[in-house]
Design a protein around this ligand. Structure first.
Ligand SMILES: [Cu+2]
Length: 248
């Protein structure tokens, strides 16, 4: 056999296998990229605050934005996990959306209709209203700076990570529980805003510049793992979500 021909053939094979390997590599990178992109896509429906007029606050004329959400004892009622409640229909959830979009430098009034029962907090701090206008909220129309730590169903706790690049924003509002009878059925409330099925909590806060924040519940409503911070408390979009503060 001619040695030079043999060398030429194996050189050609080497190029072919190098090209095949290159295509394989590109395919792997493409598949990984596609998968990561799909997994990291925002699965949470957005709720946009609607601006209606302005309000004078501390000598500043601010846009007045309004947003209304609910807190439900199960994911079906929350409407934020599809008509059948998604993968965990029995989990409590905020709804109908869990990604809140708020205008920057605005006076935001948030109304929460809350329908769940509850127990006591791990930490009494979260029974206080923090970061709102006058550090109060109204509970079925009555203003208060806190509720009993034993009578909480969930909390709305908005915060960000410590950062140099965006304004701080922290709001904590405890949500009073609906009392249940000894069979576990909720006792009707005196709140017409929820057809006597829950409580209405209203509070206002002022946003700074644009930024990305999160909110979560600090009432340990999960399963037994991690001091009741497992299950629903460890999953996104039920007892936690995003808050985008946007310009424009
Ligand atoms: Cu909760």
């Amino acid at each position: 056999m001619d040695i030079s021909t043999q060398t030429e053939v194996s050189g050609g094979k080497r190029i072919a296998s190098a090209i095949a390997f290159l295509f394989f590599g590109v395919a792997v990178v493409g598949a990984v990229g596609f998968t990561l992109h799909k997994v990291s896509a925002d699965p949470q429906a957005k709720m946009y605050a609607s601006v209606n007029g302005t309000i004078n606050y501390n000598g500043q004329n601010l846009k007045h934005a309004y947003i209304t959400e609910g807190v439900y004892p199960d994911s079906v009622a929350s409407k934020s996990h599809g008509p059948n409640g998604g993968s965990h229909p029995g989990w409590p959830s905020y709804g109908p959306a869990t990604h809140l979009v708020l205008p920057a430098h605005a006076y935001v009034t948030m109304t929460l209709h809350v329908y769940d029962s509850g127990e006591h907090l791990n930490t009494n701090y979260f029974a206080k209203v923090v970061g709102t206008v006058e550090n109060t909220a109204t509970f079925d129309g009555v203003a208060a700076a806190s509720i009993l730590p034993t009578d909480v169903q969930h909390t709305f706790t908005l915060h960000g990570l410590p950062t140099q690049t965006q304004d701080p924003l922290f709001v904590n509002v405890p949500l009073p529980r609906v009392v249940a009878d000894d069979k576990g059925n909720n006792i009707p409330t005196k709140d017409p805003g929820t057809n006597n099925q829950g409580h209405t909590v209203v509070f206002s806060f002022v946003t700074g510049g644009a930024g990305e924040y999160v909110w979560n519940c600090e009432y340990p409503c999960g399963d037994g793992t991690y001091a009741k911070f497992g299950a629903v408390m460890g999953a996104g979009g039920f007892m936690s979500g995003k808050v985008s503060v946007v310009n424009g």
